[in-house]
Ligand binder design. Structure first.
Ligand code: SF4
Length: 365
């Protein structure tokens, strides 16, 4: 592995007979002439080699509650150090983070950070995990994997927030570095993926089945419900039945509200009743832990014991309001284990959001 002036050697590519480079990281399969960048903007053919141009550079760091990722069953109440880079391999018209994902790196990548510096910062700040988020970490795989390895050495866990548009070979390496993932299941039709995201649903389903059956990664799903586009009863029934049949009933599902953004300014915000309707459909189809997200809805966002009905973890948005789990994650009323990752009492980070300057944590290598 070598660094160039413009970036870091990328993996998962090969040279084609016509001289172009084929990137085999995601289903886009970009074919790049010398100097060309992929659709994600950050992987580039430089002198007939594929290079990741954003290695070691971030769009910013922030300590968040883990519930904001959202992950409701992964060390609840703990702090997570979140960061992203630039670019994205999807072209979602409704992107809620478009200033980062659509940015050209020079505009936004202000914070230089080595993997060791990030791991050191997370440990110093008392973060239980680091989240690869804001833009899709699949496209900066080489950087994410190195940061994750440094974090593991420092006793810090790793969380991917991703749309899971990644091919079979790289996904093994990528998810081997992760302890948890929130996967953005954007809809349940190929039509939506193609028209609204310039992407495909099939690879996402494959990755979800891979994660559920072949890894130890803790997985939760998020679907941003957009009025008229992916929120019909029929689609929600199909999606939630598939989740239960193919992934199992214990995979939590978060239904979150859309706000007009980027190229989708002509669609109204999601009414809270849509989130409650989706949650009811999920429950009826056997999803044990469906949640309404990014709204104040304590009953829809709390974790309930599927056995005895006691509230295990009360939540109001990102704030924990009740805790009825034993230190190893069992219901303190009936003893049923709550699926997820738990250790001792809940964290006390609360709903705070704290921006962090990585230069305050630089380590000598
Ligand atoms: S990761 Fe980027 S360059 Fe590679 S195939 Fe996907 S969009 Fe294209």
């Amino acid at each position: 592995m070598t660094d160039t002036v413009a970036g870091h050697s990328a993996r998962y590519w090969r040279r084609l007979e016509d001289g172009r480079v084929l990137c085999e990281l995601c289903p886009r399969l970009c074919r790049l002439k010398d100097g060309q960048r992929g659709l994600c903007f950050v992987r580039q053919n430089i002198a007939d080699e594929l290079v990741l141009t954003t290695y070691g550079r971030s769009s910013g760091f922030c300590v968040d509650p883990i519930e904001k990722k959202p992950l409701n069953h992964f060390y609840p109440g703990s702090a997570v150090l979140s960061f992203g880079t630039a670019g994205c391999n999807l072209t979602c018209r409704f992107c809620q983070n478009w200033n980062i994902s659509k940015s050209r790196q020079v505009d936004t990548l202000a914070d230089d950070a080595s993997p060791e510096t990030i791991a050191h910062a997370a440990a110093e700040l008392g973060c239980r995990s680091v989240a690869y988020t804001y833009n899709d970490p699949v496209i900066f795989l080489e950087y994410a994997v190195d940061v994750a390895s440094a974090c593991h050495e420092a006793g810090v866990a790793n969380v991917a927030v991703t749309a899971a548009e990644i091919l079979a070979e790289p996904r093994v390496e990528f998810f081997a570095s992760m302890d948890a993932a929130n996967i953005d299941l954007k809809a349940f039709t190929e039509d939506f993926y193609r028209r609204q995201c310039g992407a495909e649903l099939a690879p996402v389903k494959e990755t979800l089945e891979y994660l559920a059956h072949e890894t130890e990664v803790w997985v939760e799903l998020t679907t941003l419900l957009i009025p008229g586009l992916n929120d019909s009863d029929r689609e929600l029934h199909e999606m939630t039945r598939w989740v239960v049949e193919r992934l199992g009933p214990d995979v939590p599902m978060h239904f979150t509200a859309f706000h007009p953004a980027y190229k989708m300014l002509d669609v109204p915000p999601t009414p809270p009743s849509t989130l409650s309707r989706a949650r009811k459909i999920a429950l009826a189809n056997g999803v044990r832990f469906p949640y309404t997200g990014n709204v104040h809805d304590e009953s829809g966002d709390s974790t309930v014991c599927p056995e005895c009905g006691q509230v295990l973890i009360g939540r109001d948005w990102y704030l924990l309001t009740k805790w009825n789990l034993t230190d190893d994650g069992c219901c303190n009323h009936c003893g049923t284990r709550c699926p997820g990752r738990f250790e001792g009492p809940p964290g006390d980070w609360g709903a705070r959001r704290m921006p962090v300057k990585m230069s305050d944590f630089e380590v000598e290598i």
